[in-house]
Write a protein that binds this ligand. Structure first.
Ligand code: GDG
Length: 748
């Protein structure tokens, strides 16, 4: 038995399913609170799985419950339920706001419908945090936590904070749009980073996975290996996979065999549409295509009907109510135009049916017209196929549904093209039995084989087995990133010191340059087309001494003092003034006793660093707050750094401005035509340079991916920096080592 089969509620390791909605929805009625099955593809797919295997389901019951209201129990619940209560405000901003009005249209490549509202996003983040808390409460270390869909894209990071070793997996049920759509979201990087805190991320089709990888590479600067579908996220490697969802095929087939015909399908030939009432499903477009059929091929009048079933959905959102009105009117228009005394072309039902009835209707429909404008997968197409147990019908399927990637034997159409869809309908109505049978049998075989159990098994086996690894950083990566960029005669290479050229040490005096790093930096400096500058928060003399190479440019105190070949020595004009004031600041910090338990201050002339690395982490927030207050009161700016606070003069000067100063001094005002710039740093203070140099340089942020960066790319650690500098030292003309560079570039 594989590990995946071993996941069950009773076993040592279980599965915790997390989705916005629980598999049931609570309704208030005269009899009190009642349960009803939830609608939608995710629930239809996963509920039978948990029913069979056991485990826990974390989600929201779909209603704001009063404090004293308990969820009615269902005697035969074969798995645990962890119900999350959402307030009215959370429902407004998290469900109807960010999930339904921002992400849903954007992810379906309909950005004009998307609304971007900071408040909605903030509440989305808070509710994701609440889900993360609920997950932490009900899962054990060995469980697999499987988070579902766009409502919960940030929950993984929040789980990771409290359970660093949790086994987290994510599946997106809707499309992942191309880069130029996803980047429209003001918080796109936050969501990408949220997902990347999982070990495995699954999509329905390869196109969505590729779009995701594009966004990760271009928006986060992470290293991506497309061949193996893995992403380097700080010191972790994340597996991305393609898992096209299936349906409970056997269930549908059985229902279709056992349920009697329904009145809705007992007369003319039936073209069937079944959807949640949603603008992505293309219902108005479908009605127009059917109208077009009746215009182009009048012989079908009085012989064919369009039976459209629409399940009420998101009716709290104004756009969905408007869509309902649009469909009502359209149905009225078409029926008004073509109806005769004995025939109406469109039969429209706005309600939910039982699965048995649905299966019987699928079975008896001659044609399924499944034409979403965009759809992650679309289960209706698959359910129709599974229900074709008698005379086989014809499936017409939108090319823009994920299902079209595999259901090639369907008649594929562009849902925006009414003429094309009308012609496909005409062809389907006339299709002879042998062709219908051939197409349907092929479709049925595939759906039977790739059913929902197979999907769950494939996903869980990958989650269990995958020990995602990424090829070590190699010359090919640097060639791809920097080859096209290094097109000027000279290169100016700016390097931060602590955490970039050396590991961060307990005490700054211990952060010595390794021989190997020294060798590659010197290799770069020895080239007559490359100028190296080291730019640090240390004092100028100190950083120059630590590196110890006379030919380099050095910038100390975050660039307040600069010295180097071909530039006049520079000291910012306010240096002396602030030098005097740092002494007062040291005294103020002393008085406030923020030095207790191993914190200490390092006065560096006009700036000061307050180091709290030696203090137990639970005391950090209070100490930081106190130190920040004192620093600000003394007229300095308090800026976060690595386990430290920097007190800097508020004079609008930072590492970014210092870099520009060096470039102008050394190469003149038109420096950008002569020189290419690379900047490598690991610290928050380097972010000033990354922001300043955006579009003007290639920038690298070193270290774990636990914060956002403005840098172009990320490097995981100091070894990777060494490999980069080695590549730069040996570039063009020099013999390049093949394969991995330097020592192992993986995390230490
Ligand atoms: C999301 C993605 C992806 C419909 N009417 C009734 C009813 N339904 C059921 C169907 C089907 C489900 O609703 C709809 O599933 P879809 O896949 O078509 O669409 P979404 O709800 O948008 O689902 C989608 C899916 O997640 C899974 O990953 O395929 O792309 O958007 O199962 O049968 N069920 C009942 N009565 C109805 O009247 N009982």
């Amino acid at each position: 038995m594989s590990q995946a089969e071993g996941w069950s509620g009773s076993g040592a390791s279980g599965v915790v399913i997390v989705s916005n909605r629980l598999p049931f929805t609570i309704h208030r009625s005269a009899r009190g609170l009642e349960r009803a099955p939830s609608a939608g593809g995710l629930i239809t797919a996963l509920e039978p799985v948990l029913r069979k295997r056991g485990g826990t389901w974390v989600g929201w019951p779909g209603i704001e419950l009063k404090r004293d209201e308990e969820i009615p129990s269902d005697g035969e619940q074969p798995y645990e339920i962890q119900a999350l209560r959402l307030t009215d405000r959370e429902i407004t901003h998290y469900v109807h706001g960010f999930s339904n009005r921002t992400l849903w249209p954007l992810m379906h490549s309909l950005p004009a419908r998307a609304r971007f509202d900071r408040k909605d996003f903030d509440v989305y983040e808070q509710v994701n945090q609440r889900f993360a808390n609920a997950i932490a409460m009900c899962s054990r270390a060995q469980d697999l936590v499987w988070i579902h869909d766009f409502h919960l894209m940030m929950a993984p990071s929040q789980v990771r904070l409290t359970m660093p070793d949790a086994r987290l997996a994510f599946f997106l049920h809707i499309p992942f749009p191309p880069y130029d759509i996803f980047r429209l979201l003001p918080w796109d990087r936050e969501l990408l980073r949220g997902m990347l805190d999982c070990n495995l991320i699954g999509f329905h089709v390869d196109g969505y996975a590729q779009n995701f990888l594009d966004c990760v590479e271009r928006r986060l600067g992470s290293r991506v290996d497309r061949e193996n579908m893995v992403v380097e996220h700080g010191d972790r490697v994340v597996q991305v996979g393609v898992f096209p969802i299936g349906i409970a095929y056997g269930d549908f087939e059985r229902r279709a065999r056992e349920t009697a015909s329904q009145p809705e399908t007992q007369s003319e030939r039936v073209v069937l549409g079944v959807d949640r009432l949603d603008y992505t499903k293309g219902i108005p477009e479908r009605i127009r295509a059917f109208e077009r059929l009746l215009e182009l091929h009048p012989r079908h009048r009085e012989k064919v009907v369009l039976l459209q079933l629409a399940v009420p959905s998101r009716s709290q959102v104004a756009e969905y109510r408007a869509l309902k009105r649009e469909i009502d009117e359209l149905v009225g228009q078409v029926n008004g135009r073509f109806a005769t005394a004995t025939w109406s072309p469109i039969r429209y039902l706005y309600r939910s049916l039982s699965q048995d009835k649905l299966a019987a209707i699928y079975r008896d429909a001659d044609i399924a017209l499944v034409t979403p404008l965009r759809d992650g997968m679309n289960l209706v197409a698959k359910e129709y196929v599974a229900s074709q147990v008698l005379d086989p019908g014809v499936l017409i399927l939108s090319r823009l549904a994920g299902a079209a990637e595999t259901m090639r034997e369907a008649l594929l159409v562009n849902p925006y093209n009414a003429d094309e869809t009308a012609e496909a309908l005409n062809r389907a109505i006339d299709m002879e039995e042998p062709e219908r049978r051939t197409r349907m049998e092929a479709l049925r075989r595939r759906e039977q084989r790739d059913d929902v159990e197979a999907w769950v098994h494939a996903f869980l086996s990958t989650a269990e087995e995958s020990r995602a690894a990424i090829n070590p950083l190699s010359v090919h990566d640097f060639e791809a990133w920097l080859g096209p960029y290094l097109t000027r005669p000279r290169l100016a290479l700016f390097l931060d010191y602590d955490g970039t050229l050396t590991e961060i040490c307990e005490h700054p005096a211990k952060a010595l340059l390794s021989d190997a790093m020294r060798k590659v930096v010197e290799g770069c400096a020895a080239r007559d087309d490359t100028d190296v500058a080291v730019i640090s928060g240390r004092k100028l003399d100190n950083v120059a001494e630590m590196v110890g190479h006379p030919g380099l440019t050095y910038a100390g105190n975050h660039g307040l003092e600069i010295r180097g070949p071909d530039i006049e020595d520079f000291a910012h004009e306010d240096l002396t003034h602030y030098q005097a004031r740092t002494a007062e600041l040291v005294a103020a910090l002393d008085v406030a006793e923020v030095h207790a338990d191993g914190a200490w201050t390092e006065a560096k002339g006009p700036t000061l660093t307050y180091h709290y690395r030696g203090v137990p982490p639970d005391r950090w927030p209070a100490l930081i707050k106190r130190a920040e207050r004192i620093i600000t009161a003394a007229g300095f700016q308090a800026r976060p750094a690595h386990c430290a606070l920097e007190a800097r003069p508020p004079i609008g000067w930072d590492k970014g401005r210092a870099v520009l100063h060096v470039l102008r001094e050394r190469y003149g005002p038109s420096w950008s035509q002569k020189v290419r710039v690379i900047y490598v740093g690991d610290d928050q203070t380097d972010e000033d340079a990354f922001r300043f140099l955006a579009g003007l340089a290639m920038t690298f942020r070193v270290g774990p991916a636990d914060t956002l960066t403005a840098a172009t790319r990320r490097l995981p650690n100091v070894s990777a920096v060494q490999a980069l500098i080695e590549w730069l030292a040996q570039r063009d003309g020099w013999p390049l080592p093949s394969g991995p560079l330097g020592p192992a570039c993986r995390g230490r």
